[in-house]
Design a protein around this ligand. Structure first.
Ligand code: B16
Ligand code: MG
Length: 220
C-alpha cells in the first residue's frame, strides 16, 4: 500500500466517478435483461460497474441462467448501446459530480498529470458533453484496450502514456473491477462510494466533496 506517499499522476475512471452515467447503463441493461427473462436489480448492477459491454452481457446471461447465439448476442450489444446513447443525449456540464471540477482544478494548478482510464467506448462523447476533455493529458478508453478491468491494461497504458511509473499514480474508481485493476497494476487505489461495497482499496471516500483539497494535498 502506498499510504501518504506523494504521487505525480491521477487516473480517473469516468462512469460513476466523474459523472453518474451508471444509472443510464443500468436502465439500458435492465431492458436487455428483461428480454432475457431476467429482472435486473440495482444490486446486480454493482457487478456490471467498470465491466466492458460484452463482459456485462455475459454476466447478465449468467444471472439469467441463459445463453444467446452469436448474432443475438451482438444485436443485444448494439441495442444496449443505442439505448444508452439515447439516454446520455441530455448530459451537460451540470452533470459533473460534486467536487470533481474542484479536484481537476487543484490537480492542474499543482501540475499533477491527469489521465482517464475508462472501460467505456463512449468516453470521448461524454467528456465532450461535460466540456472537460482539455483537462486530460491522456485518454485511455474501451477503444484503446484489449483486456477489460479487472485487468490493469487501461491504467498501465495511462501511466505509460504519461511517462510515469505505476507507483506514482493514484486511481479514482467506483467499481470493484476498477479497484482490482489499479491494485493489479501496482497503483494507489481510491474508491468512491460506500466502503461496504469495496475490498482491497487503499482509501475510500463517499464522493469528491469528501475527498477535498486537504486529502488531495496528502496524496499529491
Ligand atoms: P460502454 P467506466 C464502464 O465505464 C461502465 O462502468 C460500465 O458499466 C460499462 O459497461 C463500460 O464502461 C463499457 O461502457 O458500453 O459505454 O463501452 O466506469 O470504466 O468509466
Ligand atoms: Mg466506473
Amino acid at each position: 500500500m502506498n499510504r501518504l506517499k506523494k504521487h505525480r499522476c491521477a487516473l480517473f475512471d469516468l462512469d460513476g466517478v466523474i459523472v453518474d452515467t451508471a444509472k443510464y447503463h443500468f436502465l439500458a441493461w435492465k431492458k436487455i435483461a428483461a428480454q432475457c427473462g431476467y429482472e435486473l436489480t440495482l444490486q446486480d448492477n454493482e457487478q456490471l460497474k467498470g465491466v466492458s459491454r460484452p463482459d456485462s452481457l455475459n454476466r447478465i446471461l449468467e444471472m439469467a441462467g441463459t445463453r444467446l447465439d452469436e448474432t443475438t448476442f451482438e444485436s443485444y450489444l448494439h441495442q444496449k448501446n443505442k439505448d444508452y446513447l439515447q439516454l446520455i443525449q441530455e448530459v451537460t456540464p451540470e452533470d459533473i459530480l460534486p467536487g470533481v471540477q474542484a479536484a481537476l482544478n487543484f490537480l492542474k494548478l499543482n501540475k499533477v498529470k491527469i489521465g482517464l482510464g475508462s472501460a467505456s467506448k463512449n468516453a470521448l462523447i461524454i467528456l465532450e458533453k461535460l466540456q472537460i476533455t482539455s483537462f486530460f493529458d491522456v485518454i485511455i478508453d474501451g477503444n484503446s484496450v484489449q483486456q477489460g478491468k479487472p485487468h490493469p491494461e487501461v491504467f498501465l497504458k495511462g501511466s505509460n502514456a504519461l511517462g510515469e511509473a505505476a507507483e506514482a499514480c493514484v486511481v479514482f474508481e467506483d467499481s470493484q473491477a476498477g479497484i482490482d485493476a489499479a491494485k493489479a497494476g501496482g497503483m494507489t487505489a481510491v474508491a468512491l462510494g460506500d466502503a461496504k461495497l469495496f475490498k482491497n482499496m487503499d482509501y475510500c471516500y463517499p464522493d469528491f466533496e469528501a475527498l477535498d483539497k486537504v486529502v488531495l494535498q496528502t496524496l499529491f
